[in-house]
Write a protein that binds this ligand. Sequence first.
Ligand SMILES: NC(=O)c1ccc[n+]([C@@H]2O[C@H](COP(=O)([O-])OP(=O)(O)OC[C@H]3O[C@@H](n4cnc5c(N)ncnc54)[C@H](OP(=O)(O)O)[C@@H]3O)[C@@H](O)[C@H]2O)c1
Length: 234
Amino acid sequence: MSKSIAIFGAGPGLGQAVAHRYAQSGYEVVLVARRREPLERLAEELAAEGATTHVVTADLADTEAVPALAEQVRSLVGELDAFYYGAAANGFVPVLELTPERVREFMPLGVYTLLELVREFLPAMLSRGDGAILSAQGASALHGNPRVAGGLALAAQRNYLQALHAEVAPKGVYVGGLYIGAAIENSAWHVEQERAKAAGESFWEVPSVAPAHLADLLWNMHNARDTAEAQYVR
Ligand SMILES: NC(=O)c1ccc[n+]([C@@H]2O[C@H](COP(=O)([O-])OP(=O)(O)OC[C@H]3O[C@@H](n4cnc5c(N)ncnc54)[C@H](OP(=O)(O)O)[C@@H]3O)[C@@H](O)[C@H]2O)c1
């Protein structure tokens, strides 16, 4: 029986690359995001490469809907062998504009939904003694950045993943966080920065990285299982 992975946040940047990487290794792939049409295009691409894929639309900011979402995923592939979490809120908030209300807006995608997904899928991984939980987030999780104050939710997520890794690694389940300080090619953000640059508007001058390279990093972390996190900062 093939293994399965769900891509929570299956977009044109890293999400699709992770889907391709795992599909190449024989995983059945569940693609999750809000918009059906881009997911269906990605599913067609993966199917053309021989992968079995499923499309599920969901708003991951709605933490209370996670149990029903998890049930839908299980009805398609059974218990997951792995999941990737890469849906993120736009954290580009100047630190002086941060308010308790804005922080509350960052928490569902940053922390609560991932936590709920773990509560749904980890128990079966633990009973099998195998599984993987992967997250890719911005480098603002690592260091406070006055232009990206939304990073505080990612710092909380990172702390949680570190604790989870320490708890479940000895029980066979891998938990890994990848923190990225570069523009991911083909992502909506990178496309927008390139457009702004071409139009002579202000843009962020940051080095870019191929999503396939980051997907390989996650794949290698998952297989080596020797580190709780990695950074790609340029
Ligand atoms: N892009 C960059 O240059 C960059 C740089 C550093 C770090 N990162 C981080 O790396 C990770 C991957 O980024 P990426 O830009 O490459 O992403 P991506 O895989 O291109 O796209 C992620 C997808 O998540 C979906 N999504 C967003 N909010 C959602 C929600 N509330 N519910 C369900 N799905 C949702 C979006 O699709 P729908 O709109 O259809 O829902 C989006 O296409 C993220 O954590 C990001 O913060 C990105």
